[in-house]
Design a protein around this ligand. Sequence first.
Ligand code: PLP
Length: 524
Amino acid sequence: MTMNTQGRPTAPESVSMSSIETVSGSRGLLQHEDLLFEIGTSETTGVDLPAPKGTKNRLGGVARKQPTGLPGLSEPQAVRHYMRLSQKNYAIDLGLFPLGSCTMKHNPRLNEKVARLPGFGDIHPLQPQATVQGALELIDELAMWLKTLTNMPAVAMSPKAGAHGEFCGMMAIRQALIARGEGETRKRVLVPESAHGTNPATAAQCGFIVDEIKANKRGRVDMDDLKAKLEKPDDIAGIMLTNPNTCGLFETDIKEIADLIHAAGGYFYCDGANFNAIVGRVRPGDLGVDAMHINLHKTFSTPHGGGGPGSGPTVLSEALAPYAPVPFVVKDADGMYRLVEDIEGDASESFGRMVAFHGQMGMFVRALTYILSHGADGLKQASEDAVLNANYIQARLKSVMTAPFEGYCMHEALFSDAFTAEGIETIDIAKALIDEGYHPMTMYFPLVVHGAMLIEPTESESKAELDRFCDALESIARRAAQGDEALKGAPYLAPMRRLDETKAARKPVLKWAEPELAPPVAAE
Ligand SMILES: *Cc1c(COP(=O)(O)O)cnc(C)c1O
């Protein structure tokens, strides 16, 4: 038996992990759990109420003739079902979340405490505005911070995700072009080939034509290609550029790019999803940006995905500010805050409305709490630490994995699969990470790097945690370089083994069917 450094026994070497199968399907203390439809029955219920006496069914002809077929559970069964599912989830509160480009930051508990204050948590968007002055002031104060940190004159607070913010910025650009009388002629939007998929999708959704720009050997925009695209500038609407870009690199020519786009008569949309790397150090407004979304659920620590809704305030330059969407908050001379709701007066040139109300209030509260608890110096420190942590990972792993571009990275470290032996792919490394207790890194993105692995540790990970992660990934990388075939079967220790991803994508089984009626098996 092998012992760890503290004298605690680790797994006996004679047992191969891959051969362990259990009768119950559970692994360790992780319980196997079937679907609700498989464990529930129509006879079971969590409540036991007598049928009401003396009532008459008033449904008449519309009364249900067939049972609903919904499974019933007892209370303990229901509790265990969701508890078991929750334990299958990987979470930022559980371990390092290496997804790159997503900025999976720690969500401070103070954010949650403040968001639950009754004055923020228990208000309703249809309340009279005089009764929610504090909430409107909070939106205005967060807007002030976002404008200050980016050095931009205006911000649209209502977009509800990064992609929604892109939509906001590109609609503002479209409206500005229409106002110039060039809405029909300027249709071409330049998008680097390393861009996040939402960029070309947004441009297309707003009626633009996407024209791809190449990356150079340094992982940045190829300036020669850009200049060639601008030779005939009459149809240029603008550029959508991410900075730092999705290779984790700062676009060093960004000011020249902005100047070229402006000289061509276009606008500069900056994808701000990676703002976490530069807050307090670089102000996008100084770089010539016309519009940029800020993912509050990335840079400003509000929860992600299943943990909460996104929020994508979009800062706008002077040229685009008049076209901002309604509603927005203004402060009147008498000190009262007010939402401008209609396309008239202050908002007469607005491109319209994107959401029913004012945006994600709960996320505004959390983001401002994060900002105020850090202060200007703390925000800068967080960015610097995020960049330091990513460079630590790059430095620790680049002798065993392949870093495709030279030099330091920003907030995320990018590797290609060039170091792996024939037959071992990025996905095998990602699956082996699951056995080591980590959610996989971002895989196969950005597309400009073969078999890309993009790792973003964020600022709140300690050196000890980074080392633990690097130890695990380093050992997997060595096995990949040696062509260890066992990697192809990973994960071995997860409740679910390697899935057939092609089949899952091509023939997804999306609906449970009663086994005896129609087995839920997609056709071969
Ligand atoms: C996350 C991300 C987006 C989209 O943001 P969502 O909030 O997920 O809609 C766009 N671009 C980049 C580079 C991103 O990382």
